[in-house]
Design a protein around this ligand. Structure first.
Ligand code: N01
Length: 533
């Protein structure tokens, strides 16, 4: 049993890596545990064809070291998974982070001992390690879920989940392939699989909105001015709703301009590529349904114009949620792919999948689709799944599964009442997934680091939220979401993709500016809303 650590970090994705670097620099003894055999988290596991970030690479990168951001050359406007994983590996080497990471090790349980003021962490290898503080850097989209479809074990072909893709890749050449799911992972992978496979069947339950990414090789014209003002841009990013600078906030409602001007604006955004620019077309797209309808219909008309078969186009037109209320997808040639002769859209809303057979998929209308391979692009038990997979308890009787039985409860998405000294990075009820994730990871790590320094300097051993502060924050999170159109969608933001998961709006959508101001004020006021001893 090891007892000389100050902080145990669970996860070596971007959040865990920065936590190691930051805390080590402040003199804390840290150790991270990582399930994979390498660093990178999301970018380590999601290796499906076409996997690419939907935030531009000059933004989606660490800000903590100016030399790093000046030195690194991104090959494309949006980072592809291999490029991002190269970058994360470079960061791990450059800052010598691997020496404090134990790889291929999952954390099975975490138990807090109140008298000793220590967390005892048990690994799946049977190792036990203790430390006063524990940081869950376990990710928001790190618990892949296959739907419970009868017969999967009988399937004689290959099947893979996009979030657990084989490192050696998958060769679809000459195969009949079925893809289940049309969220970001499905939409990104479908054009690539279509190019390889003999026949591709896309099993779509719900159509989603997707915009062209307009990815392209990195140009000097894009990179040089960005790097010349990198540090100012990073600071400015904290004063924006999504943590991304460079997009002037919209000033007009979509309903106060003429139809011609509205469509001109949408055309311009469509041509630029990217989701922030599109959602920033007008100031009420996420709060006013009538305003949103204009943007939704604009994209539906684009789909109708791109997809040649009218019946397929209509099936691809989302009609059950306002645009932007589910994660807006960025694609390259997604809708165009349906013009290929080898691609077939199967509507499993009207005829659901009944079973997976030895040789394919059977739907409720009696059709059987013969397949050699199935891709599950069916998503994740988002935001709460990874932490609930760990048996997190305290000797005073707190248990994460009970605590979050009706949905997550946190203070600022950073800590939970009754779980002393346990921090989360981009936990539920923080902006994490609704922002540039690396910026939010850095903001949380910096806040936690300051807090641990304050604990050390003031001789304190224990910190946890006051229950009232937590309840107020949960209520505020819900009120902010209820003032938007977000709750109208059956998204993973509300847990709708996991049968039986309580329907609670999980991310904080009040914007990064407001959120960071609150976190800073809490710290400046002596960790207001926290009990410290
Ligand atoms: O998962 P999803 P994802 N039968 O939950 C369908 C991030 N990400 O992996 O909508 C049939 O969005 C489900 O259908 P429905 C990003 O934040 C980012 O694609 O529930 N279908 C849906 O179509 C993203 O939002 C990037 O009716 C079933 C799909 O599977 C998040 O990760 C790339 C089903 C799941 O979509 C998750 O994306 C990739 C069933 N039983 C991911 N169960 C980028 O940076 C589920 N589905 C670009």
């Amino acid at each position: 049993m090891s007892t000389d650590l100050d902080v145990i970090i669970v996860g070596a994705g971007v959040a865990g890596l920065y936590a190691i670097h930051k805390l080590r620099g402040l003199g804390f003894k840290v150790r991270a545990y990582e399930a994979g055999d390498g660093v990178g988290g999301t970018w380590y596991w999601n290796r499906y064809p076409g996997c690419r970030c939907d935030v531009e690479s000059l933004e989606y990168s660490f800000a903590f070291d100016n030399d790093l951001q000046q030195d690194w050359r991104w090959p494309e406007r949006y980072g592809g998974q291999p490029a991002i994983l190269d970058y994360v590996n470079h960061v791990a080497d450059r800052f010598d982070l691997r020496r404090d990471i134990v790889f291929e090790t999952r954390i099975a349980s975490a138990l807090y001992d109140s008298d000793a003021a220590l967390w005892t962490i048990r690994t799946d290898k049977g190792e036990t390690v203790v430390a006063p503080y524990c940081i869950m850097a376990t990710g928001n989209l790190s618990t892949p879920r296959n739907p419970d479809i009868p017969g999967i074990d009988s399937f004689k072909g290959d099947w893979h989940h996009t979030g657990l893709w084989p490192h050696e890749g998958v060769d679809f050449a000459g195969k009949r392939v079925g893809v289940i799911g049309t969220g970001s992972s499905g939409v990104q992978s479908i054009p690539h699989i279509a190019e390889q496979a003999d026949e591709l069947y896309v099993f779509q339950r719900t159509a989603n909105f997707s915009l062209p990414a307009r990815n392209e090789p990195m140009t000097d014209a894009r990179e040089r001015p960005h790097k010349a003002t990198y540090e100012e841009r990073r600071i400015a990013a904290y004063d924006t709703p999504f943590g991304i600078a460079g997009y002037p906030p919209p000033t007009h409602s979509a309903l106060e301009v003429s139809e011609a001007e509205r469509n001109r604006t949408y055309e311009e955004k469509w041509a630029q590529g990217g989701s922030i620019s599109f959602l920033y077309a007008f100031n009420d797209l996420l709060t006013n349904k009538a305003a949103n309808d204009t943007a939704s219909e604009f994209v539906r008309n684009k789909i109708r114009a791109i997809v040649k078969d009218p019946a397929t186009a209509e099936l691809l037109c989302p009609n059950d949620h306002p645009i932007g209320t589910k994660r807006l997808i960025l694609d390259t040639n997604y809708y165009e792919t349906y013009n290929r002769n080898n691609v077939h859209l199967v509507d499993i809303r009207s005829a659901p999948i009944e079973a997976i057979t030895e040789t394919g998929i059977r739907t409720a209308d009696g059709q059987h689709y013969a397949l050699d391979a199935i891709v599950f692009a069916t998503g994740f038990d988002a935001m709460t799944g990874a932490m609930k997979e760990i048996d997190i308890r305290t000797d005073a009787g707190a248990d994460i599964k009970r605590k979050w039985a009706d949905g997550p409860q946190t203070y600022l998405g950073i800590m939970m009442a009754d779980f002393p000294n346990l921090f989360m990075i981009t936990g539920p009820q923080s902006p994490g997934v609704k922002s540039q994730m690396i910026l939010s990871c850095e903001q949380h790590v910096n806040w936690i680091a300051d807090c641990l320094v304050a604990q050390r300097d003031e001789g304190k051993r224990r910190i946890e939220p006051e229950p009232a502060a937590e309840q107020n924050w949960v209520a505020h999170n819900n009120a902010v979401a209820d003032a938007t159109l977000y709750p109208l969608a059956n998204s993973w933001y509300v847990g709708a993709n996991i049968p039986g998961k309580p329907r609670i709006f999980m991310p904080y959508v009040g914007g990064v500016t407001r959120y960071k101001a609150k976190c800073d004020a809490v710290a400046a006021n002596g960790y207001e809303g926290f009990r410290r001893a």
